[in-house]
Design a protein around this ligand. Structure first.
Ligand code: 4FN
Length: 420
């Protein structure tokens, strides 16, 4: 694979690209790196490559004539993929690096000054890439990052055939902690499992560490993992509580069942792969009404198609109380449910859990079922909030008006937790 770097400062690259893995890859001919200097294509007697911006303003802009000529020279003998390092580009990711490694020739263009004349981007660039959101003095360090990240996926560059897949990020999770000799250092011992010689136990420990570290430090990585999130949805239960909830005056009441809430939340639960939906009311007639609404809906779906949509539906179990619903889940899953309440009001002290954090923590915690308790009326009674393991951050718009229906809040919550 070949990289051609278009830069005013080729000298910056020498040590970086001649050391260790990249140095060996170049020596072995697996990776070729060459340089083109836009200054060699300057046309005036001062060989200038920059000029002041049209429209005024501070600083200088890289001129298009010399830069385009340099890019064209860089790609003369092949039709390379031309990448500009720029804060405008998408941030380089693991999967983009893997894809770029399949290309034969990449021209990497580095900006300087305040940036490059936009016509360079229009006529000479296929893709802009960034290495992150901070101000740099030029694209050169970014170019080195890209070459380093991409070159390691070129076959033969890393020692073992499989070592490129084994590293952090390939599995979408952070790596487990690593240790080497000595077994004890300044009173700190290596975790005993790693010295046990029991490889099943070591694998389990590493998997657990990898999950808990990712959950703690990079929860969004777990949230992005569709396999892990789907597995969590499949052990998640939604409770819709009509009691004990508050009325507009803060009194504890039992609300009456709203046809649309029963029906629409059931559809949302089915859509997001939630295991079970438990509407809760202490009033027998209300429970009968709920059962009737659900029955009609499920019959409609069964008639609508001969496909197996009916099987994909979440279980619906009408319950007398929040605690009896939780008990049903406990018995069904043979595990202790983790109960999370939702509220339009911020939790006391603002101690609520974010959506990615909740997904990450529950995935890392293993197999316990997750119970989401939704309130009707003016929200859940404080005793229910206090008895829960966590409260989820409220769904908020941008203003002070905050009157989502519970079925709208439910679909937003499910989408934030499990939506693709
Ligand atoms: N940077 C920002 C916003 C506006 C300008 C900059 C900035 C170097 C030529 C671009 C920056 C960041 C990541 C190249 C930054 C990158 C560059 C990169 C880069 C000189 C013009 C400039 C909002 C990102 C902080 C200077 C944000 N990855 N301008 O740094 O080239 O590759």
């Amino acid at each position: 694979m070949r990289f051609t770097v278009v830069t005013l400062f080729a000298g910056m690259f020498e040590q970086v690209l001649s050391t260790s893995v990249l140095g060996k890859a170049r020596a072995a001919g697996l990776v070729e790196i060459d340089f083109v200097n836009p200054r060699d294509f300057a046309t005036d007697k001062h060989r200038s490559v920059d000029d002041s911006p049209y429209g005024g303003g501070p600083g200088m802009v890289m001129k298009c004539d010399s830069l385009v000529a340099a890019i064209e020279t860089a790609g003369k003998s092949s039709s390379p993929h031309r990448v500009l390092l720029s804060p405008v580009g998408k941030t380089l990711t693991h999967s983009r690096a893997v894809a770029l490694a399949k290309m034969d020739h990449i021209v990497v263009v580095c900006g300087r000054y305040e940036g490059v004349d936009e016509r360079v981007v229009d006529m000479g660039i296929d893709e802009s890439l960034s290495i992150g959101d901070y101000v740099l003095t030029g694209g050169e360090l970014g170019a080195m990052v890209i070459i380093d990240a991409v070159a390691r996926f070129v076959p033969g560059v890393l020692g073992h055939a499989d070592s490129a897949d084994d590293e952090s990020f390939s599995g979408g999770l952070l790596e487990h902690p690593q240790y080497t000799r000595p077994a004890e250092f300044r009173g700190q011992a290596v975790p005993a499992t790693l010295l046990s010689g029991n490889h099943a136990k070591i694998d389990a420990w590493r998997r657990e560490q990898s999950l808990s570290r990712t959950a703690m430090h990079r929860p969004e990585l777990i949230r992005q993992d569709t396999v892990l999130t789907q597995a969590l949805a499949a052990r998640t239960y939604v409770l819709l509580a009509h009691h004990p909830v508050l009325d507009r005056n803060g009194e504890t009441v039992t609300t009456s069942v709203t046809n649309f809430d029963i029906h629409d939340i059931a559809r949302s639960c089915a859509t997001y792969g939630v295991a079970g939906y438990f509407p809760v009311s202490p009033v027998r007639l209300q429970r009968e009404k709920i059962a009737r609404i659900i029955e009609i809906w499920q019959r409609e779906i069964a008639q609508a198609g001969s496909d197996d949509r009916g099987q994909a539906l979440s279980t619906v179990a009408v319950s007398e109380s929040i605690s009896s619903a939780i008990e049903t889940i406990r018995r069904r899953t043979k595990a202790e449910p983790w109960v999370v309440t939702t509220s339009a009001q911020a939790a006391p002290g603002g101690l609520h859990v974010g959506y990615s954090e909740l997904v990450a923590q529950r995935v890392a915690d293993g197999s316990r079922p997750l119970v989401l308790v939704l309130g009707t009326g003016w929200g859940l009674h404080s005793g229910i909030l206090a008895g829960a393991d966590q409260q989820l951050a409220p769904i908020r718009g941008t203003g002070d008006f905050n009157h989502l229906s519970v079925r709208s809040a439910a679909s937003s919550i499910l989408d934030r937790l499990f939506g693709q």
